[in-house]
Write a protein that binds this ligand. Sequence first.
Ligand SMILES: [Zn+2]
Length: 82
Amino acid sequence: MNCISKENLKRWREKNKKPERKCVVCGNNFEIEIDKKYVVKIQEGLINKTYYDAVDCPRCGCQNIIWKREEIVDKFAEKTKK
Ligand SMILES: [Zn+2]
């Protein structure tokens, strides 16, 4: 494919780039794959529990917490989540 200029290829890559994460343990930059994400529960005391999206670093395998996930309580949101 020599019809794509270097500049266009660079632009295409920027546009299609997946969100990246820097591993908190080894400093490796890796792409966040949606199917590799999972939810973790952190128990704080007896009642309080917080959910977080997490992903494992492909280099060292350590867990990286991405962002807080709130519990869905609204039925409309439950229906539209797909
Ligand atoms: Zn790592």
